[in-house]
Ligand binder design. Structure first.
Ligand SMILES: [Zn+2]
Length: 151
């Protein structure tokens, strides 16, 4: 004879469960079937998820970058201080009048406003696009997997 813990009996004795057990067993069966279907759905979703979705951090242009995936889109892409890991601030107003080159400086306010990287070629959005392009290139070539091992 199996002894059922007292709390199980307490749950079974509740009016709602008693009602479902005796009056509407079809609802219980339906509920269980629904839970199994939802479980299988999430299992398939997890198994078919692209492997590169685990790739969410890398060092690109000498800066640690982190991002999230929303379906196949890179989102919340930003860079962090290599020393203190705080989010960096940017300055892309620095136009060089002589060479007419635009650059974006990434500065850590936590580390005495030190410029952690200066990326030439364009403004902040240009750098974001450039880093996204690097991330996608690494995924296409499979080289992103070495970054997975580091994080
Ligand atoms: Zn810092």
């Amino acid at each position: 004879m199996i002894t059922v813990p007292a709390y199980i009996n307490t749950i079974i004795d509740t009016p709602v469960i008693q009602y479902l057990l005796h009056e509407r067993p079809i609802f219980l069966a339906f509920g269980l079937a629904l839970m199994v279907i939802i479980g299988i759905f999430f299992l398939i979703k997890r198994l078919t998820r692209a492997k590169y979705f685990a790739y969410k951090a890398d060092v690109i242009y000498d800066l640690p970058w982190r991002w999230n995936w929303k379906k196949n889109t890179i989102c919340n892409l930003w860079c962090y201080c290599p020393k203190c890991h705080q989010a960096l601030v940017y300055d892309d107003t620095n136009h060089n009048a002589i060479s007419d080159l635009t650059k974006t400086d990434f500065i850590c306010e936590h580390c005495d406003s030190q410029i952690m990287a200066s990326i030439k070629g364009g403004n902040k959005q240009f750098v974001i696009n450039l880093v996204q392009w690097e991330i996608r290139k690494k995924i296409q070539t499979g080289t992103y997997q070495s970054a997975l091992l580091k994080t």
